[in-house]
Write a protein that binds this ligand. Structure first.
Ligand SMILES: [Zn+2]
Length: 151
């Protein structure tokens, strides 16, 4: 039987930013230094909460906000980070990827959200969900984020 030691460095609601990465790099370097890099796998789950945004016509895209029901709501239409934005996020995350040293690394790419249903029944939320080709659009957009992360 294989026995794995798992160290969880996840923080609930963690968001990718320069300062957040800096702090995580320190934590990760400590863990990596204590272990055996040849037998360590680092799983990175960094991008999903910044992949999705919502946009009301004529306004800048914003992050979905938590409503009174404790759920996140997409006001206006749902937008997905494009190649440029995704590239920016990956560059932000680079110090963290490097801190993994020669460990095996798994980077989890963003999974589909709101694909088959919106955040709620409010007609002003997720307004593009009923558009023709919406699911296909999401699949393609996520495929592109995946290839950007890989590059
Ligand atoms: Zn909603």
């Amino acid at each position: 039987m294989n026995v794995f030691d798992t160290t969880d460095l996840c923080d609930r609601g963690w968001k990718l930013s320069e300062s957040a990465v800096e702090r995580k790099v320190k934590e990760l370097l400590e863990v990596v230094a204590e272990g055996d890099e040849a037998h360590t796998t680092v799983v990175y789950h960094l991008f999903v909460n910044l992949t999705y945004a919502c946009q009301v016509d004529g306004e800048r895209p914003a992050r979905p906000e938590k409503g009174g029901d404790g759920k996140y709501h997409v006001k206006g239409k749902l937008v997905i980070a494009g190649k440029e934005e995704m590239g920016r996020l990956v560059s932000l995350a680079l110090p963290l990827l490097r801190a993994g040293g020669s460990c095996k690394k798994i980077v989890i790419s963003p999974a589909a959200r709101y694909k088959h249903g919106g955040c709620c029944s409010d007609r002003n939320h997720c307004t593009n969900i009923l558009e023709k080709g919406y699911a296909k659009w999401m699949e393609n957009a996520l495929l592109e984020t995946r290839s950007t992360i890989r590059d």
